[in-house]
Design a protein around this ligand. Structure first.
Ligand code: TRP
Length: 343
């Protein structure tokens, strides 16, 4: 006879774990919100979530120290204002958890020069910062692999541009596990279906980026309403004067539709009907208004949180402790495996 009961496996008891991070290398954009953080907030019930401020990655490009500090704290406040509940999510600053640097070094020794040379982001960034092609910029993927592998995560929510980094992380983990046994869990990239890629308002072929030189292409999460409206009024469209979703032929209009749809919950069909026979002027103003209303409560809440230094300090201290506990376990295992003497 078959046994009536079977044991529940650990996987069924434990929630799947997620980790992601954003570099505080510039002010957060509408794209960071709609494309990433907004989705993160919805994952807390189903997953065990870790969200990091990747300040160590940020110094691969030269920074003004006071700006980096300010942006890191603002970004943390914005995470919370966007709905990442610090009780339900572990929110922490990368440099506060030394295990990242420690595992990063070990993984440097299991990452090949050739693999790093092929990374698209390295090639792009060295072209953009030709006067500062430092070793950190080159080994950036090994540190990112450490970020992920320390937490034994299942999924890494990232934009398409970061997929290659999750792939190299899997390669590094596979190589390490091949030598020492199953030390690291192999993570998968998790590219959310909704939320979309928000493109630049002035060059809609490119992703809206916080490092964009063209200030009019990018809307910041904490920007003043009048500036947001002005940028949307100037957004690039086309000469057809018809609101229709067609990313290949009409990248500007399609990007605006996408933004409008995420901010209002309206479908593309409904949006096409709403603006039938009306000019782009009306449409662009409507999108601008919708974005202003979406961002208003976030901006107000971010300012509110930032004003309470003690609260914010409590959040990042607790976050670092919770993160360090999990990360420490993996690091100790790794140190033992590679043959370091236990202290
Ligand atoms: N490289 C990521 C970016 O620039 C930021 C990042 C650093 C990250 N460490 C990470 C993202 C770990 C996901 C997981 O967007």
């Amino acid at each position: 006879m078959l046994p009536l009961r079977r044991y529940i496996t650990m996987e069924e008891v434990q929630k799947k774990r997620i980790l992601s991070g954003i570099q505080p290398s510039g002010d957060l954009t509408l794209g960071s919100y709609l494309g990433a953080i907004k989705n993160w907030a919805a994952l807390a019930e189903e997953y065990d979530c870790y969200y990091m401020l990747a300040d160590m990655h940020t110094i691969t490009v030269r920074q003004t120290p006071a700006d980096l500090r300010r942006r890191t704290l603002t970004q943390l406040a914005a995470y919370i204002a966007c709905g990442l509940d610090p009780e339900k999510n572990v929110l922490f600053i990368q440099s506060h958890v030394p295990a990242h640097a420690q595992l990063g070094w070990v993984l440097d020794c299991y990452t090949m020069f050739g693999e790093l040379s092929r990374m698209t982001q390295f090639k792009d960034k060295s072209a953009k910062n030709a006067d500062n092609i430092n070793a950190g910029l080159f080994t950036y993927p090994a540190l990112m692999a450490a970020d992920i592998l320390l937490y034994q995560v299942d999924l890494v929510p990232v934009g398409g541009d970061q997929k290659q980094h999750v792939e190299i992380c899997r390669d590094i983990a596979t190589r390490f596990n091949g030598i020492y046994g199953d030390v690291f869990k192999l993570p998968k990239p998790y590219i959310p279906k909704v939320g979309a890629r928000v493109m630049s308002l002035t060059s809609p072929e490119n992703k809206m980026s916080k490092s964009d030189k063209d200030q009019n292409g990018c809307v910041y999460m904490l920007e003043r309403p009048e500036d947001i409206l002005r940028k949307f009024k100037k957004a690039v469209t086309d000469s057809e004067a018809c609101v229709r979703f067609d990313p290949a032929q009409k990248p500007g209009v399609s990007n605006l539709m996408q933004i409008y749809s995420v901010c209002t919950g309206k479908t593309f069909d409904a949006i096409e009907t709403e603006f039938e026979g009306r000019g782009y002027g009306d449409f662009k103003s409507a999108v601008g208004e919708a974005v202003v209303e979406t961002l208003r409560p976030i901006r107000e809440e971010t300012e509110h949180i930032l004003a309470d230094k003690a609260y914010l300090e409590g959040i990042y201290r607790t976050g670092a402790e919770r993160a360090a506990y999990v990360a420490g376990k993996t690091l100790r295992k790794v140190y033992k495996k590679v043959g370091f003497v236990e202290r």
